[in-house]
Design a protein around this ligand. Structure first.
Ligand SMILES: NC(=O)c1ccc[n+]([C@@H]2O[C@H](COP(=O)([O-])OP(=O)(O)OC[C@H]3O[C@@H](n4cnc5c(N)ncnc54)[C@H](O)[C@@H]3O)[C@@H](O)[C@H]2O)c1
Length: 487
């Protein structure tokens, strides 16, 4: 059984920008999947001196990420620092959608990082492993042919995708069926936070490696040699099931804390007048056992991970004969939050959405990203459309292009070039994303001729609430009782 914090393999004099491809301490790494996880992780590997090949089926994405141009890269994946990192390390990283390159790379490849999507299948909780399985099967066939079929190059397959607890063993089985030899399978879950993926990956709080064999740990220590003994970074070695379970459970704990913030703390502050959420928050966050993370009220916890991972955990527990009551309730609390927030317009301010022009500020699921997966804006557009809104005027500093794919511009759906144009003539303004620039909206709103209903789904205008209320606005904010005159 692997122990925690094993000593690293000898790699004493690793230098970041020395001739890494030739250096003994560098390794050859293949990434399959160039999304947020694959691209950011590959960039950090290249920056760590490793020779890195990134393969994706999406040719446009590959062309943009491999363009060598910072702006083009960040137009593809809006992650602060990604463009600079890729440009700086272009000698060591290559992007391709040509599988022949992958096949020849496998002759000398030490590790293959699987960074495929694993979305939920409908609302079943089960993970859709079809992307993973398809990529793994093709890889297995190519691996069996490496070194002209002799398979002399040892290789580690690394699950970076968030996958079921038993997945590493299943992957090994899949490879064996294709007659692959001389390989190991490792679970190395990703803990990146979108928007801070690059800075977070350059200085992670922990790296978790799950393996069954010492020689696989040794390869991973070379991959992560820059971090293994770095101060402030916990390098955790466990078995593959513990690593995969740890990832799902870590995300559940975070999700649960958000649900407590929305469904209990926020709701309490909404239920009584004169309870200011920020003051209550200070009381709670002052206790180090509670801590401050997650105590920011919001209309919804979206994104690609928290929801799907909780659903996956629930499905896996159920399959194992356990009743995942709290996991399910956490998921439901998050859903209640968004629909409850929209319902407050009607219930508390007598505002009917039918026939109204609504400004929707924010399409990304959170600030500093152009990712719209599980963004609250998606459900908001659907709910408002179903309730007969006349026009939805959308602005987001980074995510409009992705949002347009889902909701093309039309008579009802308009995209505006900035927040000022979006709120102009709107009868309600919904703040759905916590982009810092929306904090300044208070001034802008005060200048408007009309008095739109303000729906603050992120408490971005908290410092303006008293002034806006005095100026005749009605404000519905998560974590506050209704403010203003409408009833
Ligand atoms: N995004 C996050 O914040 C985050 C954090 C931790 C873990 N994860 C997990 O990491 C995994 C990847 O997430 P992501 O956000 O990078 O997804 P993503 O959708 O951004 O990227 C996945 C990439 O895989 C590519 N792909 C699909 N099928 C392929 C195939 N057969 N061969 C090669 N490429 C293929 C897609 O074209 C896409 O570019 C998921 O399991 C996710 O749950 C994501």
């Amino acid at each position: 059984m692997p122990a925690k914090k094993k000593p690293a393999a000898a790699s004493p004099s690793f230098t970041l920008v020395s001739v890494p491809y030739l250096s003994l301490s560098s390794v050859n790494i293949l990434y399959i999947g160039a999304g947020f996880v694959g691209a950011c992780s590959a960039a950090v590997s290249a920056d760590s001196g490793h020779h890195t090949l990134v393969y994706d089926v999406d040719e446009r994405r590959i062309a943009m990420l491999g363009s060598g141009d910072r702006d083009t890269i960040e137009n593809c994946l809006f992650e602060e620092g990604l463009g600079d990192l890729l440009v700086r390390n272009r000698e060591r990283i290559e992007f391709t959608s040509d599988y022949r390159k992958v096949e020849s790379f496998l002759d000398t490849c030490d590790a293959v990082f699987m960074c495929l999507p694993t979305p939920e299948i409908g609302e079943t909780g089960a993970s859709d492993l079809s992307f993973y399985n398809k990529a793994a099967d093709r890889l297995a066939r190519a691996l069996a042919r490496r070194n002209k079929g002799r398979q002399t190059q040892a290789v580690v397959i690394v699950n970076k995708s968030t996958v079921p607890v038993v997945m590493a063993d299943r992957t090994a089985e899949m490879l064996r069926k294709r007659r692959v030899r001389n390989f190991g399978v490792v679970s190395n879950p990703e803990f990146l936070v979108e928007g801070k993926a690059v800075s977070g990956s350059l200085k992670p709080d922990r790296i978790v490696v799950g393996a069954w064999r010492e020689k696989d740990f040794a390869v991973m220590r070379r991959v992560y040699q820059r971090f293994v003994h770095a101060p402030g970074i916990e390098y955790v070695e466990v078995n593959p099931k513990e690593a995969a379970a740890g990832k799902l459970l870590a995300n559940f704990v975070l999700f649960n804390k958000l649900a407590i913030c929305y469904d209990v703390i926020g709701r309490t502050c909404e239920a009584f007048t004169d309870l200011q959420f920020e003051n209550v928050r200070r009381i709670l966050a002052g206790d180090p056992r509670i801590g401050s993370w997650g105590l920011y009220n919001s209309l919804y916890a979206g994104g690609s991970c928290l929801i799907k991972d909780a659903r996956s955990l629930s499905a896996q527990l159920k399959e194992a004969g356990k009743e995942p009551l709290l996991v399910n309730e956490t998921y439901l609390a998050n859903r209640r939050q968004l629909l409850g927030f929209l319902d407050r317009a009607e219930k508390e301010a007598g505002f009917s959405w039918a026939g109204k022009r609504i400004a929707l500020l924010g399409a990304a699921f959170k600030r500093s990203t152009n990712d719209i997966r599980n963004s609250p804006a998606i459900d908001i557009v659907r709910v408002l459309s179903s309730r007969g809104a006349a026009e939805i005027r959308i602005y987001d500093p980074a995510a409009m292009d992705s949002f347009k794919v889902l909701f093309p511009p039309s008579r009802k759906i308009k995209y505006l070039p900035n927040e000022a144009k979006a709120v102009d003539s709107a009868e309600a303004v919904i703040i759905a994303t916590d982009w810092p620039q929306f904090r300044g909206l208070g001034e802008l709103l005060r200048e408007l001729k009309g008095r739109p209903l303000i729906m603050d789904g992120r408490r971005m205008l908290q410092h303006f609430y008293p002034d806006l209320r005095k100026a005749g606005f009605t404000i519905i904010a998560v974590g506050s009782a209704k403010m203003g005159v409408r009833s």
